[in-house]
Design a protein around this ligand. Structure first.
Ligand SMILES: NC(=O)c1ccc[n+]([C@@H]2O[C@H](COP(=O)([O-])OP(=O)(O)OC[C@H]3O[C@@H](n4cnc5c(N)ncnc54)[C@H](OP(=O)(O)O)[C@@H]3O)[C@@H](O)[C@H]2O)c1
Length: 259
């Protein structure tokens, strides 16, 4: 698809992959709107990218999604691309008695229910455009779980599955459905993790990742799996026990340090 002249909404655009998407897509001549929960971070992003439009909105909150839709389509009726990027990732020890029942599913609310609700809310508008796309940002961990982040990986596996179904259901529309499954990427998402958690894997630079994602969209490659994400998908098919064992190693460290 053409990667210039679009009007693009990116959830979670104040940091990491979302911010880099905004920067690169603006450079290519697109109109870009980003969201985030924190107004101060939105203001900071606007300072760094003066042409970006910002709207405060929580991707895990259905009422905020409905309000965002009203505001966006009023101000930007030509909106034709939705990038569901907002996400969080936590290390969760399932033995921990302190884990709160409500808080436990926060990754599901933001990383899985969020995109599902955003698509439901924006779909008829996108279908009315001449050319349109939805990009869901999943993860290489959608193919093989990293057990120290069990809820995150469940959400991403769910998002991968949902995106496949969405693509099949939209096959006779003008809305193209993309999935970006990033590998480990240098962003603040990883601040709470150390190299033992990530089995010493080297992270990809965020500009390289987003460059690959935009090229993938341009070439209409619908499942974009840069670097190690491609290897994870392949290994999940040819050596599933081995690769799951590798990603399970950091559980030992978690169990040892929590005693
Ligand atoms: N970095 C990696 O290694 C990696 C690998 C695979 C997949 N991913 C995926 O890539 C996406 C972006 O991650 P990142 O690495 O760029 O993380 P990041 O640097 O932590 O950025 C996350 C962004 O999402 C926003 N956000 C979080 N919760 C939100 C909510 N409920 N509503 C709206 N915005 C929200 C944050 O802003 P506020 O906190 O201010 O709301 C921030 O702008 C995520 O879906 C992540 O799972 C990342």
């Amino acid at each position: 698809m053409k990667m210039s002249g679009n009007t693009i909404l990116i959830t979670g655009g104040t940091s990491g992959i979302g911010f880099e998407f905004a920067a690169q897509l603006l450079k290519l001549g697109n109109t870009v709107i980003i969201t985030g929960r924190d107004q101060a971070r939105l203001d900071e992003a606007k300072k760094r990218l003066p042409n970006v439009h910002t709207m405060q909105s929580d991707a895990g909150d259905p009422q905020a999604i409905a309000a965002l839709f009203e505001k966006v389509v009023k101000q930007f009726p030509e909106l034709n691309v939705l990038i569901n990027n907002a996400g969080l990732m936590r290390r969760i020890n399932l033995h921990d008695p302190e884990v709160d029942l409500d808080d436990l599913n926060r990754e599901i609310a933001t990383n899985l229910s969020g995109p599902i609700r955003m698509v439901k809310q924006f779909l008829s508008h996108l279908k009315s455009q001449e050319s349109a796309a939805i990009m869901n940002v999943s993860s290489g961990l959608a193919f093989v779980p990293l057990p120290i982040s069990p809820v995150y990986c469940a959400a991403k596996a769910g998002l991968h599955s949902y995106t496949q179904s969405l693509r099949a259901q939209l096959k006779n529309t003008k809305v193209k459905v993309f999935e970006l499954a990033p590998p480990l990427t240098e962003t603040p998402l990883l601040d709470a993790f150390d190299s033992v958690d990530m089995a010493g894997s080297k992270a990809m630079s965020v500009s390289q990742l987003v460059g690959a994602a935009i090229r993938g969209m341009e070439q209409e490659k619908f499942e974009i799996r840069p670097g190690q994400s491609n290897a994870l998908k392949l290994m999940s098919r040819i050596a599933p026990k081995f690769i799951f064992g590798q990603l399970s190693k950091s559980v030992d460290n978690m169990l040892r340090t929590s005693k």
